[in-house]
Design a protein around this ligand. Structure first.
Ligand code: NAD
Length: 255
């Protein structure tokens, strides 16, 4: 069975993906900053009868990223599927946007995916199989105000996805980006609370009038739907699908 490394795999979308891959029999390394990461990994292993390891590597630190990939390759035997999912957000007008937030968002949401991809590349090339799946965002395709760093990083991921697809093509390495609209995860729940304060609205009003304003299907995207798309992209059936930025956004990017 194949092996998958998921950054940010101990919360939200990443954890949903981890569950779905484990349910299909994949062995996993899940990475994240959650303090109970080991516990989460053990639970996944028990529930699905697969091997699951936890890595607390910080995606701000290229050296830790390289070590994580090396360790994952040792623990799993090899990394067949890489899911670049770790991400952070900060919402502020550009004139007030803190420089350190810009740097951190670019590092976690964009540069870490370059470092992980570079680190798995040679093994995938030698084995003539690799699947790199970037969890981008509708913000890889569209902009929103007050999200300068996030939108820049996610547009950057769309570019990286295309380059890796071209370079991977001769080696059966595919690279695609999944571009979700709003998904109700801890990252978004924090935003709902922040936006409610900023707009002096109730949290329900924020969801309806601010968040889902751009999402014609007035519902959050299901983590399970993202997971099913990722499983497909990881499969042999998706060998000819590469370099794509795939919206799963309730119609947001149709506008
Ligand atoms: P989340 O906050 O639930 O999970 C983020 C994960 O990334 C956590 O496991 C966290 O520990 C990890 N992480 C953050 N900084 C890290 C660091 N420095 N080193 C290692 N791990 C780090 O958020 P989520 O909503 O599940 O987001 C996952 C991905 O999906 C992100 O890339 C996000 O941009 C993207 N996304 C989310 C939404 C949404 O609406 N939730 C929509 C589109 C795209």
């Amino acid at each position: 069975m194949k092996n998958v490394l998921i950054t940010g795999g101990t919360s939200g979308i990443g954890l949903g993906l981890a569950r779905a891959f484990a349910a299909q029999g994949y062995n996993l390394v899940v990475n994240g900053l959650e303090k109970n990461g080991e516990e989460i990994a053990d639970k996944l292993a028990q529930e699905h009868g697969v091997n699951v390891y936890f890595s607390p590597a910080n995606m701000l630190q290229p050296e830790q990223i390289r070590q994580m990939v090396q360790q994952a390759a040792q623990q799993l035997g090899q990394v067949d599927v890489l899911v670049n999912n770790a991400g952070i957000q900060h919402v502020a007008p550009v004139a007030e946007f803190p420089e350190e937030k810009w740097d951190a968002i670019l590092a976690v949401n964009l540069s870490s995916s370059f470092h992980t991809s570079k680190a798995v590349w040679q093994g995938m090339q030698e084995r003539r199989f690799g699947r790199i799946i970037n969890i981008a965002s509708a913000h890889a395709l569209r902009a929103s105000e007050f999200k300068a760093a996030y939108v820049a990083a996610k547009h950057g991921i769309a570019g990286l996805t295309k380059v890796l697809a071209l370079e991977g093509a001769p080696f059966n390495i595919t690279c695609n980006a999944i571009c979700p609209g709003y998904v109700k995860t801890p990252l978004v729940e924090a935003q709902i609370a922040d936006q409610a304060r900023a707009h002096a609205m109730s949290e329900d009003e924020v969801v309806e009038k601010v968040m889902l304003k751009k999402q014609p299907v007035k519902q959050f995207v299901d983590v399970e739907a993202i997971a099913q798309l990722a499983l497909f992209l990881a499969s042999d059936a998706a060998a000819q699908m590469t370099g794509a930025c795939l919206p799963i956004d309730g119609g947001w990017s149709a506008q």
